[in-house]
Design a protein around this ligand. Structure first.
Ligand SMILES: [Zn+2]
Length: 94
């Protein structure tokens, strides 16, 4: 008998059960979308979106994803600031 590492409920020990590197079992449906399942590009985006520094020694795809997410974030911030200024009526005072 084993319990799910994510929800602590019983996991049937069959071919459908997931198992991690430490032999801990889990329901496949409980597994969070982990970084290991992402493409390199997506893990780059994921790290950036979650505010993690870019990891070293990753593939070009990783840095492409990270860079794109970073650029999007900068754009989003720029729009937000711009809108904020307009709302506050201070755009011309800077
Ligand atoms: Zn579970």
């Amino acid at each position: 008998m084993a319990t799910c590492k994510y929800c602590d409920r019983y996991v049937a020990d069959n071919e459908k059960a997931g198992m991690d590197d430490d032999f801990k079992m889990f329901h496949p449906e409980c597994e969070p979308k982990s970084i290991n399942k992402l493409t390199d590009y997506e893990s780059g985006e994921w790290d950036c979106v979650h505010g993690y520094p870019a990891r070293e020694c990753e593939s070009a795809q990783y840095y492409a994803g990270y860079g794109d997410a970073y650029a999007k974030e900068q754009n989003a911030n720029w729009h937000t600031d711009k809108q904020f200024e307009e709302i506050m009526g201070e755009a011309n005072e800077i």
